[in-house]
Design a protein around this ligand. Structure first.
Ligand code: CAA
Length: 380
């Protein structure tokens, strides 16, 4: 067993750390306040290869492994979880989905732009009545011979307003249940495809979350991903990898809060000494560090499973369940260590605390992760 990173991994991690400090940090509070999508930064992340981290270089990607992906996600998330969710959805739901399950024509058409940040991708599964219960798709995609007609509403779609390429999950044949679901590539601007108002959110406010409306949207048959009825399996398989990205995001949010709290505790004085010298604070730091390391092990194990070609349904669910809990709990502690300053935006920890919450909700709530894990445990 080897816990060390390769030289290449360290280089990639440091590049992401440097980018986060120099490019994401300035303006992160303003973007959070104004809910501004970081268009320019997405292009820069594209130039650095962060928008297509695991995509094969023949399609314009960086050809890196899942370990590199989580290292980059952790570093970006320490500073700006809004930027990192844009990266995560684009990489592990959209690029991975098209590269792994799309056909050659779809790969060649979409990946070079998605992997370089010219295009941004969105993944449209959730609906007003189908968040956790993902087989209950009300959106329909009726087969009309050479094309499908999509009707319905999708909710809480990350990159929903800024997207260029949307992967849309819809029910074609209701009698077949989840085996009658398909996934489609829908392009921005398709007739009848409307982008609804932007959500005003608690956290990840610099990311772009919208309701989408599909009114008789015609989608050519060649835009279906996989064989007829593959859509639900596609969503589940893609989300397994997505959960590694969100787990890494949660890890980064927790680690970002911890690093700020440690630094603050070494300069802030109370009762005649730096507050880290008080056991009340020192023990908090010890717990934070331990919990974050434990989360890191689970996140790395899930990424390693993916790189090894092992099944990672359970390891990604465990990583997300645990890392998101750590993110929530430890960012609360980071605010507490900062005292009154923790409640003030310029100290960043209150934003990390708000951003942490979504990691327990999207790409499968913590309760859904427990369903996945418990079924795996019982099945053996
Ligand atoms: N890989 C392959 N197939 C899978 C699978 C997987 N990981 N998980 C389930 N399946 C298959 C099952 O084998 C089953 O197929 P068969 O009937 O042929 O055996 C089929 O899918 C249905 O599975 P279940 O019977 O387990 O279905 P269920 O109704 O009990 O629900 C669930 C399963 C795990 C709860 C699922 O509905 C789920 O994951 N829900 C959460 C959805 C989710 O994560 N939503 C997030 C939205 S996306 C998002 O947040 C993106 C964003 O913008 C950030």
């Amino acid at each position: 067993m080897d816990f060390s990173l390769t030289e290449e991994h360290i280089m990639i991690r440091d590049a992401a750390r440097d980018f986060a400090q120099t490019e994401l940090l300035p303006g992160v509070v303003e973007r959070d306040n104004a809910q501004t999508f970081p268009n320019e930064l997405v292009r820069k992340m594209g130039d650095l290869g962060f928008m297509g981290i695991m995509v094969d270089p023949k399609y314009g990607g960086s050809g890196m492994d899942a370990i590199s992906y989580v290292l980059i996600m952790e570093e970006l998330s320490k500073i700006d979880a809004s930027a990192s969710v844009i990266v995560s959805v684009n990489n592990s739901l959209v690029c991975y989905g098209i590269e792994t399950y799309g056909n050659e024509e779809q790969r060649q058409k979409y990946l070079p732009k998605l992997a370089t940040g010219e295009f941004v991708g969105a993944f449209c599964l959730s609906e007003p009545e189908a968040g956790s219960d993902a087989t209950s798709q009300a959106t329909t995609a009726i087969d009309k011979g050479d094309h499908y007609v999509i009707n319905g509403t999708k909710n809480w779609i990350t990159n929903g307003g800024r997207g260029d390429v949307y992967l849309v999950i819809a029910q074609t044949d209701r009698d077949k249940g989840h085996k009658g679901i398909n996934a489609f590539i829908v392009e921005k601007g398709a007739e009848g495809f409307h982008i609804g108002p932007k959500e005003d959110k608690l956290g990840i406010r610099g990311s772009d979350t919208h309701t989408l409306q599909f009114n008789d949207v015609k989608v050519p048959k060649e835009n279906r991903i996989g064989v007829d009825g593959f859509g639900f399996t596609f969503a589940m398989k893609t989300l397994s990898g997505g959960r590694i990205g969100i787990a890494a995001q949660a890890l980064g949010i927790a680690a970002g809060g911890y690093e700020l709290a440690l630094k603050y505790s070494k300069v802030r004085k109370a009762f005649g000494t730096e507050i880290c010298n008080h056991q009340a604070i020192a023990f908090k730091l010890a717990d934070m560090y331990t919990e974050i390391e434990a989360a890191r092990m689970l996140v790395m194990k899930a990424a390693w499973d993916k790189d090894q070609g092992n099944n990672y349904d359970m390891s990604s669910a465990m990583a997300k369940l645990y890392a998101s809990k750590v993110a929530m709990e430890q960012t609360v502690e980071a605010v507490q260590i900062h005292g009154g300053n923790g409640f003030v935006k310029e100290y960043h920890v209150e934003r990390l605390m708000r951003d942490a919450k979504i990691t327990q909700i999207y790409e499968g709530t913590s309760e859904i992760q427990k369903i996945v894990i418990s079924r795996g445990v019982i099945k053996g």
